[in-house]
Ligand binder design. Structure first.
Ligand code: AMP
Length: 271
């Protein structure tokens, strides 16, 4: 496993290879990231993982400062799992001083879910993904369905501009059904139990949703109940079409999307 700390080394080391699988991360490596790496190892000749906490995608300074970072631990996990050929750990200037992509704008239709509540977030994500894709030139990028809206936006953007394919991979959960996330490192055991209970409730809710006459009203009611039951603050709880992300009135081809705050930590998931 080679550690690449700047663009020059990256470009030099990747030059001989034409089938590189890329797993972009912000560190805090967990089994969710590892599942993306395993998928890449299966289908690509070489695998590169990036660790870069991209300041431009944080709309909240406190969230950026408290984002869990532990490069040493991440590297030791990546080394142990074997088969990661390269880890790219760029500095801010490697990403932002090398290439000037066109200004990224998200259209009004897409200002839903996280785009509505995190102003500038996806612009920051698309910008960094443009720069990383341009540098690495991977044949495939592996991303999690856990961040479903991000996956659709990046796929649409990258596949239009590059030859690269973006592959969505399933969400990995802990034994309590909580989706793994680097932000879970900010929780104590009790928080983790509560977040697991929220997930279980939504899995149950998904089963009962088809019997409802008015799904929007039903979800609003459930949102209020969940907030009281678990002392959480829900931003959105919505049923949306898997492809278009438009509000849906039936469970088939749709997903329930949630974002909520538990003790000041923002979690997102979809079911
Ligand atoms: P992050 O480090 O949180 O920016 O995530 C890097 C990549 O890992 C993104 O494509 C995420 O969607 C993906 N990811 C994060 N959590 C999970 C999970 N629990 N299961 C599968 N993929 C995940």
């Amino acid at each position: 496993m080679k550690i690449l700390l700047n663009n020059q080394t990256l470009i030099h080391k990747l030059r001989p290879f034409n089938d590189v699988g890329f797993v972009p991360t912000m560190g805090g490596i967990h089994e969710g990231h590892i599942s993306l790496i395993n998928r890449s190892k299966k289908v690509c000749k070489k695998t590169i993982v990036s660790i870069f906490i991209n300041p431009k995608q944080f709309n909240n300074k406190k969230d950026f400062i408290s984002y869990p970072a532990n490069i040493k631990k991440d590297l030791s996990i990546l080394k142990k799992i074997k088969g990661v050929n390269f880890v790219f750990i760029p500095k801010f200037k490697d990403i932002y001083d090398s290439y000037k992509p066109s200004k990224i704008k998200i259209n009004r239709k897409s200002k839903i879910l996280c785009a509505k509540y995190r102003k500038g977030h996806f612009e920051g994500v698309l910008d960094v993904m443009d720069r990383l894709t341009n540098l690495i030139k991977p044949s495939k990028i592996f991303m999690g369905k856990k961040d479903y809206q991000q996956l659709l936006l990046v796929k649409n953007f990258v596949e239009k501009k590059y030859k690269t394919k973006v592959i969505g991979c399933k969400t990995i959960r802990d034994k309590n059904k909580l989706a793994l996330s680097s932000r879970n490192y900010l929780f104590n055991t009790n928080d983790l139990i509560i977040a697991g209970k929220v997930s279980k409730k939504i899995f149950a809710l998904k089963k009962s949703i088809n019997n409802q006459k008015n799904i929007t009203k039903f979800l609003l009611n459930e949102k209020n109940k969940l907030q009281k039951m678990f002392n959480i603050n829900i931003e959105y709880l919505e049923l949306r079409d898997k492809k278009t992300l438009l509000i849906s009135k039936k469970i088939s081809k749709s997903k329930i999307f949630i974002s909520y705050y538990l003790n000041d930590v923002r979690l997102i998931d979809n079911f």
